[in-house]
Design a protein around this ligand. Structure first.
Ligand code: WQD
Length: 339
């Protein structure tokens, strides 16, 4: 298959590009480099020994998407990773988030449908699940568009829009992948997560404490109704997540389908920090803090549908993820900018 990866130079995009190339598919990356660097695409080529051409531009611009098709098409499929993803920032910049995260879908669909793509895969999020009584979340668990932040709302809005598009294009496969918490990095240490500024997410924050650019890990809430009082999440190694995209694309049949991509194993904040401490062989400074507004006590999935329909299972655990993240962090202390 020949696949256009919008947002393909980002964290999940680069790992998926590697997995697709390793599986014998061809990829082209489209990225405006607002959240990453061109070197990330070069690293994909270094790892795989295959070409990963990068088109620099905005996936929300029809002319840019058209150029990608003209210069590198035709494509069998588009995977749409291109989005703003900072939850807190989205509450301050709702217009930017709604515009970017929806316009990109519209532009990719307009051009992609005109050019005859057979499959459209969308990066959604576990954040669309709304009712803790449904844990572990299955694809049938209740979802809401009335989420606590615009980022999450754009994910659910995109899903609703894509279901309507699939209805009027019965020949098209639309696959929605609901990611739980992606962590880790490629074991080569060449690609990984490269957040700008102070990280919002747990593993990148812990890693910055480990490398010494941040003082201590703040534990956001120790009074949740969970075994150790800290939040429970379903941390999935980014290479397992990438392989989930390959499995979904190879299976793609006409129609709209949703899969959870997670491990099914709830892990607490304290357990994740302890795993990172094992990986680096020393303790890290930690401090109990108040709950972070908008956080839920627990979020983890039932991954049975992806296992059954795609034959996909996660193969890596949090110890692998911490080791691989730390290898990436140590090899690239200031991320791609230092390359
Ligand atoms: C995990 C746990 C925190 C940082 C978010 C988005 C989601 C998705 C992934 C991405 C929670 C705790 C965190 C810290 C802490 N979006 N924590 N100290 O909130 O589950 O998911 O990122 O693009 O849509 O909502 O992930 O990594 O921020 O937090 O104690 O410094 O770690 O309270 O329990 P989250 P996270």
């Amino acid at each position: 298959m020949r696949v256009l990866l919008a947002g393909g130079a980002g964290y999940i995009g680069t790992h998926t590009a590697v997995s697709l190339l390793d599986a014998g598919h061809d990829v082209v990356l489209l990225d405006d480099l607002s959240g990453t660097h061109a070197v990330a695409a070069e690293r994909v080529e270094t790892i795989t020994g295959r070409a990963a051409p990068l088109v620099v531009g905005d996936a929300a611009d029809d002319a840019v998407v058209t150029t990608a098709f003209d210069e590198h098409g035709p494509f069998d499929a588009i995977i749409h990773f291109a989005a703003f993803k900072a939850v807190g920032e989205s509450t301050q910049k709702p217009l930017e988030y709604y515009a970017n995260n929806l316009d990109s879908t519209f532009a990719l669909l307009r051009v992609g449908l005109e050019r005859g793509i057979r499959s459209f895969v969308f990066s959604s999020s576990a954040t669309v699940y709304s009712d803790p009584a449904d844990l572990p979340f299955t694809e049938e668990s209740s979802t809401s568009v009335d989420l606590s932040n615009p980022y999450g709302k754009t994910k659910r809005m995109n899903e609703v829009i894509l279901a309507d598009i699939a209805r009027v294009h019965p020949e098209l496969n639309v696959t929605v992948l609901r990611y739980f918490n992606p962590v880790g990095a490629h074991p080569s240490g060449l690609i990984g997560e490269d957040p700008a500024g102070t990280p919002n997410n747990l593993m990148p924050y812990v890693s910055r404490v480990a490398i010494g650019t941040l003082d201590r890990v703040g534990i956001f809430g120790s009074d949740y109704d969970t075994p150790d009082g800290t939040g429970l999440r379903d941390y999935i190694h980014v290479v397992d997540l990438a392989e989930g995209h390959v499995a979904a694309l190879e299976k793609a049949e006409p129609g709209y389908v949703v899969y959870n991509l997670g491990t099914g194993l709830p892990v607490s904040v304290l357990e994740l920090v302890a795993a990172f401490e094992r990986a680096i062989g020393r303790d890290l400074p930690k401090q109990m803090m108040n709950r972070r507004p908008g956080d839920v006590a627990a979020s983890y999935c039932d991954p049975a549908k992806a296992r059954r329909d795609l034959g996909w299972v996660t193969k890596r655990g949090i110890d692998d993820a911490c080791r691989d993240y730390w290898h990436w962090q140590q090899s690239n202390p200031s991320g791609y900018a230092g390359a």
